[in-house]
Structure formats: C-alpha cells, structure tokens
Design a protein around this ligand. Structure first.
Ligand code: SF4
Ligand code: SF4
Length: 371
C-alpha cells in the first residue's frame, strides 16, 4: 500500500536535510546504489528566485542530491522549462550554488523516445532519461494552476515532455480539460517515479503557476512512493474533493483511486490557501455549441497593457497561435484560444490573467453552490 509522509518543515538546511534523508530511507531509498542512474526532476518552470515560490526550493534539491551521492549514485537533475534558458533558471533559483559541492550533472532534457502510454494517446515522445533511469525522484512544488487547479506530483511530470512537444499536447487535447488530465495521469503511470517529495514549505496560491500567483507559507514537506497518493493527501489537507481536481478526477475514471494509502504524520486542514478561478469543464453538444461555450463561458486571457513589456514569451509559447504580438496592446483571437493558460504561466511580468464573461460568472456561482 502506498505511504504518504507529512512533516512540518522550514528551509533551514540543518533541519531539512535529516528530514529528507529519513523520508527517503523510509520510502525505500536504500535501493539507490552506485550502479543506479538517478533522475531528479524538480519544477523548473522559468527563471525565478526562491522567494517567488515558482520552483522547487534549492535546499530541497540539494538534500535529495546529497542523499543520492551518499548512496554512491551520480544523479542527473533535469527538466524541460516552459520559458527561459536552463542555465538562467539554475542560476536565479539558487540551485547552481546549492549543488556546487557535489558531482552532479544538471541540464535540460534533450532527447525523446517514443513510448506507448495507452489509448487514446498511443505512442508519445518522452524524455529519454525519464524512461532509462533506474530511479526517478520527483520534486514538485505545491502551486495553484489556472487550468488544472493545482500542480502537484502527477502534473510535475509533464516536464518530461521535451520542449515544444508540451504546447503540442495542449493543442491536441484543446479545451478538453478532462482529456488533458487523463493524458497527465497516463504519462505519470508510464514514468512511475520511485519517490515524490513535494515542496509545500513556501507554496504558491492564487492565480498560479506563474508570476501571477502569490507565495504562501504552508510549512509542509510531503514524501511518498506514489505521486498519486501524495496528490490525494494534499487535497485532503486543502479540503478539496477529488472531483474538483481534474487530475484526480481523471485518475478516478481510470480506476486508480480505489487503492487506499497510509498516512504517517498529521493531516491537518490548511484552510487559508487561495485557489485560482477555474471554470467547470463544459464540453457538451455539437461543435457549434462548444464554440459558443468556449467564447462566452470559459475564462479568457487578457493582458494588462501597463505591465506588458512585449517580450514575446506568451505568443511564442501559445500552441493555438492566438496572440497577435504585432499589436499594442496585445490582441487575442478567442476563437482560436484553447484556454490552456500557457501564456499566463510563462509571462515573466505577471501581465496576464483571466477574465470571465457574465455567463461564466453565473455558471461558477451555480457550481459553487452545488458543492
Ligand atoms: S503579456 Fe507577458 S509574456 Fe506576453 S508579451 Fe507581455 S510581458 Fe511578455
Ligand atoms: S492565448 Fe494563452 S490560453 Fe489561449 S491558447 Fe494561447 S497560450 Fe493558451
């Protein structure tokens, strides 16, 4: 049965390191040996400082690296950032300095392999290291996510899709959030990390997962041998139903929530965590009706002209090519926009957010009342 460890913690390294070590020991980290190829997969979304709470904290990364090195392994830290150069992310995040004493490779994923993750997706491109490593240590950050409500252990593995293939998957799944959630769950099943340690010490609440969110002191470190069980434990802490979190709803649909899990630690509710505005998934009826729903019932991205620096990050990543970068202010083609929120996620100046039409506000109120 999967085990979830819940501990109170700060980033003070003298306290954090023994906590991470005992967590990994308890979860079976002893199987890491000098022959193990260990992949450490933090959340390295974009350049940001530890205080901005966008990325896995350098002390958490360092403690895990130190554990792997002490077991004789030569770990690799890798991710496929949504925005910015990998070297800038490693520098600004403090990870470069934190891991400097250790012999550890740190680089972006480069090469992909075609791997079957099952119907309806079939063979997809996944980072070679995520498939060929003996042990994967998944290091998500506790953050809100405007499209998926939260980004936790399962969602963190989306970074194992290399570079431009990520927006491609947003485009393929389109406005169909349940389908995208199912994609994430099947990807997680295939990658199957041995350990997941979630940095929920300084989390991100509000309109995350990018710079629009707000850092929030939660003070929790969670560890598990199942990212899915860990995500379920976080939802209990935040007092969310599994139905509210698309990834967990998709996992339930695949019969993956039937398995119970053990909890070691205090599962106390954390009530003051601000969630993002997300809309219910509304994909009914013929295409023409779905188009109207998309246009008038789903929140749409807008840019705040006084904050925008026209850096191009949003229109470069937009999988639907729905942002016109030649206009001032930016213009969005909402007919093309698939509401994936990638633009909001990567905007380095927090200039993007979503707004609702009147029908969307009414629907949200109605759904909130049903809860
Ligand atoms: S909205 Fe943000 S990402 Fe887009 S051009 Fe402006 S500053 Fe850059
Ligand atoms: S405009 Fe933003 S939300 Fe719409 S498709 Fe492009 S990246 Fe996604």
């Amino acid at each position: 049965m999967p085990l979830v460890l819940i501990r109170r913690s700060s980033y003070r390294y003298e306290a954090l390191k023994p906590l991470v070590f005992t967590m990994l020991d308890r979860l079976g980290g002893g199987r890491i040996s000098s022959r193990s190829r260990v992949l450490i997969k933090p959340n390295l979304l974009a350049p940001a400082t530890p205080q901005q709470a966008l990325l896995t904290h350098p002390s958490v990364v360092r403690a895990v690296v130190e554990y792997a090195v002490e077991h004789g392994a030569r770990p690799l830290i890798a991710d496929s950032p949504a925005m910015g150069s990998f070297s800038k992310i490693i520098r600004e995040s403090g990870i470069q300095e934190a891991i400097a004493p250790f012999d550890v490779e740190c680089r972006p994923f480069q090469e992909s392999m075609k791997i079957d993750i099952g119907e309806p997706f079939g063979f997809i491109d996944i980072a070679r290291e995520a498939i060929e490593s003996d042990v994967i240590i998944n290091l998500p950050k506790l953050k809100t996510h405007s499209q998926m409500l939260l980004t936790l252990g399962v969602k963190n593995l989306f970074g194992c899709i290399v570079g431009y293939r990520k927006p491609e998957w947003h485009m393929k799944t389109g406005v169909n959030r349940p389908l995208f959630a199912r994609f994430l769950v099947q990807l997680y099943q295939r990658i199957s990390p041995a350990f997941t340690i979630l940095d929920g010490i300084l989390a991100l609440e509000g309109e995350g997962p990018g710079k629009r969110g707000n850092p929030k002191e939660v003070g929790l470190l969670l560890g598990s041998d199942s990212a899915l069980a860990l995500d379920r434990a976080v939802c209990r802490i935040l007092e969310l139903d599994t139905d509210q979190v698309p990834v967990l709803k998709a996992a339930a649909g695949l019969g993956l929530l039937e398995e119970a899990f053990d909890i070691d630690g205090l599962l106390e509710p954390f009530r003051s965590f601000r969630l993002p505005k997300t809309s219910p998934s509304l994909l009914y009826g013929p295409q023409s009706l779905q188009r109207l729903i998309r246009l008038y019932c789903l929140p749409r991205p807008v840019a705040e002209a006084d904050l925008c620096r026209y850096c191009g990050a949003c229109w470069t990543i937009c999988p639907a090519k729905a942002i016109d970068g030649t206009t001032r202010p930016l213009e969005f083609d909402y007919d093309r926009c698939i509401r994936c929120c990638c633009c909001i996620e990567v905007c380095p100046h927090a200039a993007l957010h979503t707004v609702d039409h009147f029908p969307a506000r009414m629907i949200r109120k109605f759904m909130d009342r049903l809860r």
